[in-house]
Each structure stands twice: as C-alpha cells, then as structure tokens.
Design a protein around this ligand. Structure first.
Ligand SMILES: *Cc1c(COP(=O)(O)O)cnc(C)c1O
Length: 438
C-alpha cells in the first residue's frame, strides 16, 4: 500500500519523466506547441487562484485590480494582432469559444454547416449522433460543407448549391463554420460570404489551428474576407498556454459577452489570460518571422517525405500553406500502428482520418492517414534542413523498418541542439526544463 506521501512523490516523478522524455523527442502534433519560459512563469502566478466574473472594470468580485489591467492589455494586444473591433479573451479553450459562438448566433434546433470530422472538421462541429458539441450540447442540426478531396479544400460551387438546397427545404443554415483540424489551405470565406449572408446566416471561422499564422500575417484574414465571428485556441500555432478566445465586430459585442459570461465560464483561468497576454506581445514582435518559417518548414517537410516515397497529399499545390501536412499512409500500414511505432522512436505524431476513410470502411482508431505539424519544432529553432533530417528519421522507421530503439538514439542526439524556445524576448530556461518551486 502506498502512503499519500508516496503517491505525492510519484506524481512528481512522472512529471519529471515526461519533461525528460520531451527533451529527447521530435514533437510533431499539429495542435501542440511549446510556450516561452515567460508564458510558463505567468502560469505559475497567483492569478490562477482568483475569480474575476464579468467584464474587466465591471467585475462582481473584489481583488481584481491587477487582473483587470492584464485582461484589458490582453484585449488590446489581440485587437492589434487580428485587427479586430471586439475581442473576448475569457473562453477557456477552443471548444468553449465555439460554444460561445453557437450560443451567441444560434438557437437549439437551428441548422449549422461545417466540415465533417473525416474531412477535417472538429468534434465541436459534430452531429448529435456522434456526440459532437454542436449537436449533443447545443442541439444544432449539422449539415456538412462539401470537401474537394484532391484540393483538400471546401468545394465552392457545391457549397453554394447545398446552401440553396437547404434553404429550399426550409433548413436554412443560421451559421456556417469555416475552419478545421486539418487545415492546409485557406478556406474560401471570401467566395462564400455573400451567399451565406444572402440567406441570413452568420459567417463563423474556427481559427483554432491557424491563429498564430493569421496573427503572423501568413494565412488568410477571415475578418477582412467576410467572417462575422472567429473562435480560436491560443496554443496550437499561437504562442500561448491552453486557452481560447473570440474575435468579432463591435455590433456583436453584447451577445458574445453574454454568451461567455454568464453562459460559458465562471472563473476563466486568469493565469492563462496573463500567459496569453505575454504570447500576444511575443507574436507582435516575432510573429511574422515565426509564421513564415512555419509555412516554409511545413512545405519542406512535405517535400522531403514525398521524395522519400511517402504519399503526402496535395503535392500539386506544394502540400500545404499552413503548419500541417496530411499523409495517406495506407501503403505502409494504418495510422494507429504507425503512430505507435514512431512513438517508440520518440517521434510524436498523430493518426488521422482521411476524407474518404469512413466510406472505405476504416475506423478512427486505425485510419488511413497521419497528420504532422511543424509549429513546435519551428519554435525550437528548426529550419528547412532539419525538416529533411526529420523526414529521414520517419523513413527509417516506417519504410526501412529499422528498429525504433536505434532511431530513438539518433533522434535524441539530433534533439540535443534544440532545447531553447525561439521567437521570444527571453529564454533563460530550456524549453522542457522541469521547474521546481516547492
Ligand atoms: C483543437 C480544435 C478546437 C478545440 O480547441 P481546444 O482549445 O482544444 O478546446 C476547436 N476547433 C478546431 C478546428 C480544433 O482543431
């Protein structure tokens, strides 16, 4: 029987083992990134133990003097980064940000359009039958935006036809959500905004994956292209800790504020808000340089894997214009098994459904694809030549079937030179260093 003290010690051992492991890994999960030491410092502050319900300056709690100043600064910097009229930084994650959007712009029973999950849509956009947030939590009827499999993008003509068909059937969409979890190419917001507004629907844009690229001016600019509201996560391509946010126009401010509080949050993770504020300052200073390197790295990784025999999708378009590439891995196995084998070599990627997987009878546990993102390795200072080395490691495991143990040693050696966070003001502490404050 372990004593409470044993269990307590064991948790810290596990945390330290995780940190040590990640110092020796190649982290390629497209939804992850590494924050700067400055952001990690903000996360350890007392802000995380406080409440600040309401809007800064109008709280219903005492003790918010400094918290309010930070949140106002966060709003100000986010407005600058995204050229947004209105920003709410209280949603505590991308999922909560989407729920804020659904609550502000729809009623249960309304129809929403979004990409299906195999086509890159997120579980928050899912139907009730699948347990997705839109259907199961907010009661929306979800209809799918059509995806062009070859272009890996929304088919504009088919989308227009579907919106008109739904309108004729009395199921006019109230909200059309652009954005995805596999998001290699900018979505046709500009091309579809007029049709969507024409049926009286709201144009939503889920920037969870690409917020850091938009902030760095390297992807599309949804608010200028016709989006009414943008939801985001602050930790995928963005530099923050795990948190969320909503961007919009002044005319929608009141309904969004109300959907967030009292609708969706009570405490809103004030330490994370402080971290996001630091992240915004870093992106204002370094975002352009970072985001353009991310896109160059993703293209370089796509090319390097393609040349080594991998079926990287959208080769005719340079594989990607974002941080992510999608690979049809069916020649070499299934996504789940490949994910596991690569993990044994300390290469951390994730399995992913391909748009046609469900139709071909594949299951999300063993899908036909893998998804690779380069935000974190870019933040660690890697460039195009390192993408070539990473591709070689992946080939040795997946195609040459070299032992994972052997490759793991070489991966750790390769990683030794990339232990600091780049694109930040200070990096006195190594990226994955375990910090003890007990
Ligand atoms: C990751 C993701 C979310 C959810 O973000 P969390 O911050 O993890 O809650 C929402 N939408 C899309 C498209 C995503 O990829």
């Amino acid at each position: 029987m372990s004593t409470p003290r044993d269990d307590y010690n064991h948790v810290f051992e596990l945390l330290q083992q995780h940190h040590k492991w990640f110092q020796e890994c190649i982290p390629l999960i497209a939804s992850e990134n590494i924050p700067s030491p400055a952001v990690r410092e903000a996360l350890t502050s007392d802000f995380g133990n406080r409440y600040a319900e309401g809007w800064p300056g109008e709280r219903v709690y005492a003790g918010c003097r400094f918290i309010d100043q930070v949140e106002f600064k966060c709003i100000e910097l986010m407005k600058k980064l995204f050229k947004a009229e209105f920003v709410d930084v209280r949603p505590i994650s991308g999922v909560v940000a989407n729920l804020v959007v659904y609550t502000a712009f729809t009623e249960p029973g309304d129809t929403m359009m979004a990409l299906s999950i195999p086509c890159g849509g997120h579980i928050t956009m899912g139907k009730k039958r699948l347990g997705g947030t839109a259907g199961a939590v907010h009661g929306l009827n979800v209809e799918y935006l059509p995806l062009d499999y070859k272009e890996l993008n929304i088919d504009v003509d088919k989308a227009k036809a579907k919106i008109e068909k739904l309108a004729n059937e009395g199921k006019t969409p109230k909200l059309v959500m652009f954005g995805a979890s596999v998001f290699p190419f900018p979505h046709p917001v500009k091309e579809l905004a007029e049709t969507i507004h024409g049926v009286g629907a709201t144009v939503g844009y889920d920037a969870a994956h690409v917020a850091g690229l938009i902030a760095g001016g390297q992807f599309q600019d949804p608010l200028r292209e016709g989006a009414d509201v943008v939801s985001l996560s602050t930790h995928k391509t963005f530099f923050g800790p795990q948190h969320g946010g909503v961007l919009s126009w002044e005319k929608y401010a009141d309904r969004i504020k109300r959907a967030t509080f009292p609708g969706m949050v009570s405490n809103h993770h004030l330490h994370a808000v402080a971290g996001v504020t630091i992240a915004c300052a870093e992106l204002l200073e370094f975002g352009k340089e970072y985001a353009s390197q991310v896109v160059r790295n993703a293209k370089a990784l796509g090319q390097a894997l393609y040349e080594r025999g991998f079926n990287v999708l959208a080769e005719h378009k340079g594989f990607t214009q974002s941080h992510v590439i999608l690979i049809d891995i069916t020649k070499h196995g299934d996504g789940g098994t490949i994910e596991e084998t690569l993990e044994k070599a300390n290469i951390i990627i994730n399995r992913n459904l391909l748009p046609w997987d469900i139709k071909e009878g594949r299951h999300f546990m063993h899908p036909g694809g893998i998804r690779l993102g380069v935000s974190e390795v870019t933040r660690l200072g890697m460039r195009e030549s390192e993408m070539d080395e990473i591709a070689e490691f992946i080939k040795r495991v997946v195609i040459d079937k070299e032992s994972s143990e052997k490759v793991k040693e070489d991966v750790a050696e390769f990683r030794r030179n990339y232990q600091k966070v780049h694109y930040c003001f200070e990096n006195a502490t190594e990226a994955y260093k375990y910090i003890r404050i007990r």
